[in-house]
Design a protein. Structure first.
Lengths: 446, 840
């Protein structure tokens, strides 16, 4: 009997060990309150959905349930509302006993404090050390990806987000950012897959529909784009970015007047922080109406003065109208604003500078083309094309628009084949937009 | 020892029970309904869930999912692997609609899929389960029937491991919590299965030379080497696994697995199995009989053809073609393995098939099969003849019923004959063989052929390692035949032998332990026998006596005798006992006949010693007769020289004791008297000297009653001495009978060292007859126990004619009449002396 007991015990022990090893070990958050942990996880989920305010509410509730919940403090310290509150939480994090935290929590706290104190190298070292030890920790890789994204190092960000998706394929931020990066590179089908996947994983989120709407706008699928943007605001009526994107689609479709209804909905649903922006868009809509009707003097009429100020000194549409109506000083002034910005602004990242140079190049190209300096216009527009990408709806459409203007300039220079080639590139990306070429070309003729 | 056997058996059964439970859990998991989309994925697209097939009418088919498309996400989750997919589906219920993200030719799309029911267990898995259970139950039966047999224990372990491997490892993952235990257990089985396979063939059908036998020289050292070898065999595959894991980590590559185990372990499995089969081949060649060699060859080729395809599909193909999809094809031939093992069980009789399939069950099954056949034929016939005039005929049912009655039983019996011939032929052959032996034994009268049959023929017929025979001779139990490893003599254990006799059968040695209780002598005895390889012991006895013991070993192939064989052997041994008793009786009779012959010779010699006639001198007539009670006796009469010159004396004696002992003393007494009489004629001196001589004769005292009678010097009377003999009677002429007076000293010769004797005188008239007699005359008994007595003697003597011969004749006749129907009680001597009458 003893032999039987010993043998049985060994077998049971072995199986228990196997079973125990097989049980998943997840990282846990250090908290005395399971409810607090639940609120915290809801907050993380809201952050993933880009519902920042909602996320912060969850984190604050978690802290109410457990005032010592370090992970909740860390997130609020980085993304919470109000600088005072963030400062307070940072101070609390400084006095936390790191030894009682999990490895991940320790990393997050140390990294956040290093970033907060401006110790970039320390922060990078902390991140690198954590990733060496836990290369498959989703939060560590996400931090690495966010860092790259922030400094607009798209290659590093892309690699980090891909790795993040291997670890957790449902990390929707990664899907979204990768989609934008692919869209920027002109990989529209891949980008569409990303946004489609994002939409599948998070159908109750507005952002995937908005992202998809932007992509579809760039590739000329305006009806689908509008449907997606409508879906976004149906899910989240206060998702104001989608209203603005809708306006662009309506303009591209030649229906700027329908945009006013959209703006009314935006005014109804968006928070106060969007009021100014809505005002600008309203003015832009008016100017678009004028432009599409061929009334290039309208922006400088008295009734439009207020809008002229509203739209700001770097308005794309005002520059174009000014160029087409030979108001060189207005166009040049807008260009100078951008130039000054590039020369004087601090902390302009390389990618941002590149994009701004692209915009500036387009502006200059349009003016030069209107002035008749074809070759120079072509050169500027080519520079603009190199600087612009398909990142998002605005830049993507601008890149296409720049190419149409380039095609017009090439045609005027007698380089029809090149013009046709450029036109074909536009057609491949957005065939409906390519059909606007005659109108664009005609604008320079008048 | 019994407890050790039981504890080992219980330990193994516990492991078997656990394996069985895990197998049951695995099967339940495989065959319970779970939600499924109807998609069969490609197994050769790691990391991607590509649709290989969409089941018709499934949710996936209704949703428009097609072959070749890729499943990107299920239920709002992006998938990394089939495990993710299974887990997500398991969390849902049958009938629910679940969103799928599918990549097709036109790009990604989301479709709702309604989940239907599914059982993961496929026909291939079902077949693997049948194989697994076949192995398990064959192994279990072997263990239950032969729990002490090491080969049976290892066979059971091997069967359980095969079971776990087939049922728990060769199954698709269900991604439920059961997977953890079941698949891991199956992988553990892969680690230890090859070792058990090799271990089994190292001890079956014969233990290889490496395995030590208790009692052999250097046993302890060889035992340690054997255990070390087994340790290496069992530890090597787990070490291969650990080494593979370490190598993968060091090289920072992911370890490729084939059905859960690294390729190294599968190659180890293949190597061990081929090694095991090689050992079997070598072992098989050396088996003593052709039948056994054929059985071993069958096991070898059956295992080879069963295992080789499996090893190719499970090891070679995954390694070379990087695909496991051919593994299922290797399962088909695996059925050969349990089938050939089962056959080996029958051939080597690890387990007599009749225990598994008792005759009644077998016949019931046969009857059921025949019934089903008939029912089927009825249905078939009905369907063929429906609508015809035959079916419409009112006689049709009657004819059909008659056909069934007429043909059913013969068919059933015919099938039973075939079944009996297949399953029970072995038993039949054994019964026939033992019956033949029994008949041969019954006709034997010599001991040697019986011994030869028991010790040489019986082991061959039954398949024993050896048999030994011990016979009881001169109070000790000596080995007459059998291996020298057994002791020459066995201790006398009357208690044990009584028990054996009472059990009236062959007794297993381990059962003797329970009979022994706390008796050390019996325990020692049992231990000695066990070490020598004796497994069964039986007593040989007839109605008259215990003859000996038969000791039987286990059967060839480390088998034991089952109960029915013990019953057969008991009957055979009863016949052997009879034959041996007959032989012993013949031997005794022969000895007795020789003894009787010698007694007759002795009788004639003794008779010749007695004089034909006795002479007492002129005027005296003597008639004497001596009738020994046996062949030879202690009575005698003789003539001696008388006390005076020319005189003669008559002496008659009666030695105390009869038969040979009496005759020998009689001869001595006769010779003593004859020798002494030559130099000492004086009767008193003669008897005194004879007494002294006879007193010191031999270690045991032998008295001789003697009477000495001679004529007196004046010739008118008799001088006589009586030393223990009764007083002679005197018949006077008128028929009156008187006794001669008793002398003063009349102790028999040899009774006292200083015996003295005095001559007495008795006048005798002419016509008187003096009758001297030994006490055998008066002590003779009739059938009713009545004693002849001196009065009857006197009457007869009185009635007899007055002649010595007539008197003797009358007395002899009367004695014969009186003692008719009885054995003679004592020697009878009559000496009649007539005075003045002629002797005829």
């Amino acid at each position: 009997m003893r032999k039987a007991l010993v043998l049985f015990s060994v077998v049971v022990l072995a199986l228990s060990g196997v079973g125990g090893m097989s049980c998943s070990r997840g990282h846990r958050w250090t908290s005395s309150s399971p409810e607090a942990v639940r609120e915290f996880e809801l907050g993380l989920d809201s952050r993933m959905k880009l519902y920042g305010h909602e996320a912060n509410e969850h984190f604050e509730r978690a802290l109410e349930l457990d005032p010592n919940f370090v992970a909740a403090k860390h997130v609020l310290a980085r993304h919470g509302e109000g600088e005072e509150r963030r400062e307070q939480l940072i101070e609390e994090l400084r006095s936390v006993d790191l030894d009682r935290l999990t490895e991940r929590e320790r990393f997050l706290v140390q990294y956040t404090l290093a970033r907060r104190d401006g110790r970039s190298e320390d922060a990078a070292a902390i991140l690198a050390e954590f990733l060496d030890d836990q290369p498959r920790d989703a939060f560590g890789v996400a931090t690495q990806a966010e860092e790259a994204w922030t400094r607009q190092d798209w290659e590093a960000a892309s690699e980090a987000y891909e790795r993040l998706l291997e670890i957790d394929p449902n990390w929707v931020t990664a899907q979204n950012h990768l989609g934008y990066m692919m869209m920027a590179q002109g990989r529209f089908d891949d980008a569409e897959d990303r946004f489609e996947t994002y939409r599948f994983v998070a159908p109750d989120q507005a952002n995937p529909h908005d992202s998809m709407g932007e992509l579809l706008t760039v590739v000329g699928r305006y009806e689908e784009a509008l449907a997606e943007l409508e879906e976004a605001v149906a899910i989240r009526p206060d998702f104001c970015a989608s209203y603005l994107h809708m306006l662009d689609v309506l303009v591209l479709e030649g229906r700027p007047y329908d945009g006013y209804q959209v703006l009314e909905r935006a005014e109804e649903n968006c928070s106060d922080q969007w009021t100014e922006r809505i005002g600008i868009e309203r003015c832009e809509l008016a100017f678009w109406s004028d432009y599409l009707e061929g009334d290039f003097d309208a922006p400088w009429r008295k009734e439009r003065q207020a809008c002229l100020k509203e739209v700001g000194p770097t308005s794309f549409l005002i520059h174009r109208i000014a160029s087409l109506s030979a108001r060189w000083e207005v166009a040049t002034a807008i260009e100078n604003e951008l130039t000054e910005y590039l020369e004087n602004a601090e902390k302009v990242s390389d990618p941002e500078a590149k994009t701004t140079r692209g915009v500036l190049g387009h502006f200059q190209g349009v003016r030069l083309l209107a002035q008749g300096d074809i070759e120079e216009a072509i050169a500027k527009m080519r520079d603009a094309d190199a600087g612009l990408s398909y990142w998002g709806q605005n830049q993507g459409i601008l890149k296409l628009f720049n190419r149409l203007n380039l095609a017009s300039a090439l045609e005027r220079a007698g380089r029809d084949a090149e013009a046709a080639s450029v036109l074909e590139e536009v057609r491949k990306v957005n065939a409906p937009f390519a059909e606007a070429y005659p109108d664009i070309k005609a604008g320079f003729s008048s | 020892m019994l407890m050790a056997i039981l504890s080992t058996r219980n330990a193994l059964l516990s492991v078997g029970l656990l394996a069985f439970l895990l197998g049951g859990l695995s099967i339940a998991d495989m065959y319970r309904q779970r939600p499924w989309d109807g998609v069969v994925l490609e197994s050769d697209a790691p990391g991607r869930l590509v649709v290989r097939k969409v089941v018709v009418a499934s949710g996936a088919a209704a949703a428009g999912i097609r072959k070749g498309e890729q499943i990107i996400g299920i239920d709002r989750n992006v998938l990394r692997s089939t495990a993710d997919a299974a887990e997500l589906l398991n969390a849902r219920k049958i009938g629910e609609r679940v969103p799928y993200l599918v990549r097709g030719s036109e790009g990604l799309r989301e479709v709702p899929v309604e989940l239907g029911p599914r059982r993961i267990g496929s026909p291939a898995y079902f077949y693997a389960c049948i194989l697994g259970f076949s192995f398990f139950f064959v192994g279990l039966w072997v263990l239950l029937k032969q729990p002490r047999l090491r080969a049976a224990q290892i066979f059971f372990i091997q069967s359980a491991l095969f079971f776990l491997f087939l049922v728990c490892r060769l199954r698709p993952a269900s991604y439920s919590w059961i997977d953890t235990f079941v698949l891991t257990t199956g992988m553990v089985a892969i680690l230890f299965l090859p070792a058990s396979f090799l271990h089994f063939f190292l001890i079956f059908p014969r233990a290889v030379g490496l395995r030590p036998t208790e009692g052999e020289a250097g046993y302890e050292r060889r035992r340690r080497l054997w255990l070390a070898l087994l340790g290496v065999i069992y530890l090597a595959p787990p070490l291969v696994l650990v080494g593979s894991v370490i190598a993968a980590r060091q090289g920072q590559y992911s370890l490729a697995l084939i059905s859960g185990a690294p390729p190294g372990n599968w190659w180890a499995l293949a190597g061990y199995m081929l090694l095991g089969l090689s050992v079997l081949a070598v072992n098989g060649i050396r088996l003593p009989t052709a039948r056994e060699r054929r059985g071993a060859a069958l096991v070898l080729f059956g295992s080879l053809f069963g295992l080789l395809p499996f090893l190719i599909s499970a090891v070679a193909f995954p390694e070379l073609l990087h695909s496991e999809k051919h593994l299922v094809w290797g399962l088909g031939p695996l059925i050969l393995v349990p089938l050939t093992f089962a056959y080996a069980i029958v051939v080597f009789r690890l387990l007599d098939i009749k225990v598994i399939l008792r005759k009644s069950l077998l016949y019931t099954v046969t009857t059921a099969v025949v019934t089903i056949l008939w029912a089927g034929s009825i249905v078939l016939f009905n369907s063929l003849t429906s609508g015809t005039s035959l079916a419409a005929s009112p006689f049709f049912p009657l004819l059909f019923a008659l056909a069934i009655v007429v043909l059913f039983d013969p068919l059933r019996r015919g099938i039973q004959v075939v079944v009996d011939r297949f399953f029970y032929s072995g038993r039949g052959r054994l019964v026939e063989a033992l019956e033949e032996m029994g008949e041969a034994l019954a006709g034997q009268a010599d001991l040697q052929p019986v011994v030869h049959d028991l010790v040489e023929t019986l082991p061959q017929r039954v398949g024993l390692e050896f048999a030994a025979l011990y016979l009881i001779r001169s109070g000790s139990i000596e080995r007459v035949a059998g291996p020298d490893v057994l002791p020459e003599k066995l201790p006398q254990l009357p208690w044990l032998f009584d028990r054996l006799a009472r059990r009236r059968g062959l007794t297993r040695v381990e059962e003797l332990e329970s009979l022994a209780g706390s008796r050390d002598d019996v325990a020692d005895f049992v231990d000695v026998l066990s070490r020598a390889g004796v497994r069964v012991i039986g007593g040989l006895a007839s109605a008259r006596r215990r003859i000996g013991l038969v000791l039987l070993s286990e059967k060839v192939g480390q088998l034991g005798l089952d109960e029915s064989e013990l019953v057969l052997l008991r009957r055979l041994l009863d016949q052997a006992a009879l034959a041996m008793e007959t032989s012993l009786l013949i031997e005794e009779r022969t000895e007795q006949a020789e003894l009787e012959r010698e007694l007759e010779i002795a009788s004639s010699v003794q008779a010749e010693l007695l004089p034909q006639s006795l002479n007492l001198g002129p005027g005296w007539h003597v008639t004497a007769v001596c009738r020994p009670a046996r062949h030879v006796g202690g009575d005698f009469f003789t003539e001696l020289p008388g006390p005076r010159e020319g005189s003669r004396a008559v002496v008659w004696g009666d030695v105390a004791g009869k038969s040979v002992s009496g005759a020998l003393v009689m001869m001595a007494a006769h010779e003593v008297l004859q020798s002494l009489a030559l130099t000492h004629r004086d009767p008193e001196e003669l008897l005194t000297l004879a007494n002294r001589r006879l007193y010191g004769f031999g270690k045991r005292k032998s008295f001789v009653a003697l009477a000495y009678l001679t004529s007196s010097a004046d010739g008118k009377g008799l001088e006589y001495l009586l030393a223990g003999q009764p007083q002679p009677l005197v018949r006077q002429r008128d028929g009156m009978v008187r006794e001669l007076p008793l002398p003063e000293n009349r102790m028999p010769l040899g009774a006292l060292n200083n015996g003295r004797y005095r001559v007495s005188y008795a006048p005798v008239d002419s016509g008187d007859v003096v009758l001297g007699y030994s006490d055998g005359v008066v002590d003779a008994r009739s059938t009713s126990g009545e004693v002849f007595g001196s009065e009857r003697l006197a009457e007869i003597v009185s009635d007899a004619p007055g002649e010595p011969q007539a008197v003797v004749a009358r007395v002899v006749e009367a004695l014969e009449m009186f003692t008719r129907g009885t054995e003679p009680y004592d020697d009878v001597t009559l000496v009649a002396i007539g005075c003045g009458q002629e002797v005829v």
